[in-house]
Unconditional design. Structure first.
Length: 155
């Protein structure tokens, strides 16, 4: 069953630099979880840089931004340093969170079928309720649309 606006967000526990990040730790805080396929690929890099460009505006309205992929923390560290990213990158190496959010999906490329991370974004309020969901995200302008939805949520 696909998650929809108004649903309770699945609980999760993700590896981040310095420890773990969980839904329980974020209780009372609105946050964005954006799932992306892989560090240092063109679309994922553009998306991460775009979210970073908007990070001060997200912080001003009290919304935390978290990028999630199955890449390791070491990969995330290099990715963040290389592109001067200013938001949290979380590792879901076991793809438990991706499965819980329904973004570990079958993909096709050049006639080959494989499992991979769908580019998707979830806006979750301080009570843990999904307030906006974007699936099969197109990178261009996406972070700005998420910021607008987050600002409307906080208004």
């Amino acid at each position: 069953m696909e998650l929809a606006v108004g649903d309770k967000a699945p609980s999760f526990k993700l590896a981040v630099e310095g420890g773990t990040l969980s839904a329980a730790k974020l209780k009372g805080t609105a946050y964005v979880l954006y799932f992306y396929p892989k560090d240092n690929t063109s679309g994922c890099t553009r998306e991460a840089i775009d979210f970073s460009k908007h990070i001060k505006a997200f912080e001003k309205i009290g919304v935390t931004v978290i990028g999630v992929s199955k890449d390791s923390l070491a990969s995330h560290d290099g990715f963040a340093r290389k592109h001067k990213l200013k938001h949290v990158l979380a590792s879901d190496e076991e793809i438990e969170t991706a499965r819980a959010f329904g973004v570990w999906v079958e993909k096709k490329l050049y006639g080959r079928t494989f499992m991979g991370m769908e580019r998707a974004t979830f806006l979750i309020d301080g009570k843990g309720i999904l307030r906006a969901v974007w699936r099969k995200v197109k990178v261009e302008g996406h972070a700005g649309k998420v910021l607008d939805a987050a600002a409307a949520l906080k208004a």
